[in-house]
Design a protein around this ligand. Structure first.
Ligand SMILES: NC(=O)c1ccc[n+]([C@@H]2O[C@H](COP(=O)([O-])OP(=O)(O)OC[C@H]3O[C@@H](n4cnc5c(N)ncnc54)[C@H](OP(=O)(O)O)[C@@H]3O)[C@@H](O)[C@H]2O)c1
Length: 252
């Protein structure tokens, strides 16, 4: 057994949506494990803050502006990244509303960010990996909402369900190119995305339905993240890793 199996020295990892929440936390954890980070999102000022935190802790990171909804932006950013070993599709948004009241632009915003964005970034990464690295590792941040629905989130649920299937499709198509693709499905973790909801009456009721009776901590994703990012998962591809305090097992 190699005791350093979860270490990431020598690996360059790109994280989308690294300007807040899960993505910012992932960047710091991956850096602490030895990786060199490429931080991407739309808010460059926020990325610079995370980059400075990583540098203060002795790590290495660069910040590149990228809008995952735009192929032009994704391609331009990938021209600046240099070779990558791991790409984490983490950028995502949610808009609350019912199927019949949601506008076309709200629907498109969620699907373009959560699903098209994963495809565009995966496309850019895979193109480079097929020609340059001859190997690669994609991690898609899906959600338990892609497996079991919760109320008033139709495009979010549709996008995350699709990301789970896209993960399996990429795993199948890219296995012969030595490219792996797995999905991490977190349950509820308090971030900018859901803070208002989780602190509401409806949010408290939701938390009571989680068998652990609490939301997850960001740090409770560290082990699963490092497993997928490192060579410890070298025979895993197309896997859907759920980290949710048994939420998906909650009683009917
Ligand atoms: N928190 C949870 O309970 C939970 C549970 C399951 C799954 N997830 C998933 O985890 C991921 C991160 O969510 P979070 O909770 O950390 O939310 P968050 O704090 O709101 O972070 C979302 C990130 O996505 C980035 N982003 C949004 N639109 C983008 C775009 N068009 N291009 C590039 N970046 C974009 C944002 O950066 P900019 O605004 O700077 O671009 C931000 O860094 C999402 O995919 C979410 O669905 C979260």
């Amino acid at each position: 057994m190699n005791n350093n199996i979860l270490r990431l020295e020598g690996k360059r990892v790109l994280v989308t949506g690294a300007s807040s929440g899960l993505g910012a936390h992932f960047a710091e954890i991956l850096s602490a494990a030895g990786a060199e980070l490429v931080l991407t999102a739309r808010r460059l000022d926020k990325l610079e803050e995370i980059k400075n935190k990583i540098h203060s802790a002795g790590g290495t990171a660069t910040a590149i502006q990228m809008d995952v909804c735009s192929e032009e932006s994704v391609v331009r950013s990938f021209q600046e990244t240099g070779p990558l070993d791991v790409v984490i599709n983490n950028a995502g948004i949610s808009i609350i509303g019912s199927v019949d009241e949601m506008s076309e632009s709200e629907w498109d915003q969620v699907i373009d960010t959560n699903l098209k964005g994963v495809w565009l970034v995966s496309k850019a990464a895979i193109k480079a990996w097929k020609t340059v690295n001859k190997s690669g590792n994609l991690i898609n941040i899906a959600s338990i909402a892609g497996i079991r629905p919760s109320n008033q989130l139709p495009p979010y649920i549709a996008s995350k369900g699709a990301v789970i299937q896209l993960t399996k499709s990429i795993a199948l198509d890219c296995a012969r190119f030595n490219i792996r693709c797995n999905a991490l499905c977190p349950g509820y973790i308090e971030t900018d995305m859901n803070r208002t909801f989780l602190n509401s009456e409806a949010g408290h009721r939701q938390i009571k339905r989680i068998p652990f009776r609490r939301t997850g901590q960001l740090s409770e994703l560290d082990g699963p993240l490092l497993l997928l990012a490192s060579d410890a998962s070298s025979y895993m591809s197309g896997s859907i890793l759920v980290v949710d305090g048994a939420h998906l097992c909650s009683t009917l």
